[in-house]
Write a protein that binds this ligand. Structure first.
Ligand code: RB5
Length: 143
């Protein structure tokens, strides 16, 4: 199950990601927002992050204008490692080296076609474990 959330700036990208994931047989849980009307991003990012932290969703993808606001919110939730990804390389490495369980995307930064490619890479890349596990454990020790 993949958690999705956005504010108004990320709404259209979230909808495109939702369509793409549904077409590819993923189960999704959409925490809103549900239109282009202006909203504050923290409650939406928080709901998605809490669903991932609780194990209700395996991973989460969240969008705002830059991806920055939603990533800051998600990373406040214990157990969340939310990576703000800007290209295919950061999408891949955030899984391989950081075991990111959430991905943040900026709809005003990354075009839709690239974002969908990044989503596919991110969902299909495994954590490499090894020395990276030690480092991720150190992050988790921070609480
Ligand atoms: C909304 O205008 C914008 O501030 C928000 O989408 C996001 O980019 C914040 O980090």
């Amino acid at each position: 199950m993949i958690a999705l959330a956005s504010d108004h700036a990320g709404f259209e990208l979230k909808e495109a990601i939702k369509k793409h994931l549904v077409e590819n047989n993923y189960d999704i849980l959409d925490f809103g927002t549900n239109s282009n009307a202006s909203v504050d991003y923290p409650p939406f990012a928080r709901m998605a992050a809490e669903a991932v932290a609780a194990g209700e969703c395996d991973k989460g993808i969240i969008c705002c204008g830059t991806g920055i606001g939603v990533s800051i919110v998600a990373n406040k939730v214990k157990g969340i490692r939310c990576a703000l990804c800007t290209n295919e390389f950061t999408a891949e490495m955030s899984r391989k080296h950081n075991d990111a369980n959430m991905m943040a995307l900026g709809a005003r930064v990354t075009d839709q076609e690239l974002a969908l490619k990044m989503v596919d890479i991110w969902l299909n890349t495994e954590f490499e474990e090894g020395r990276h596990k030690r480092r991720v454990d150190m992050i988790e020790e921070l609480g």
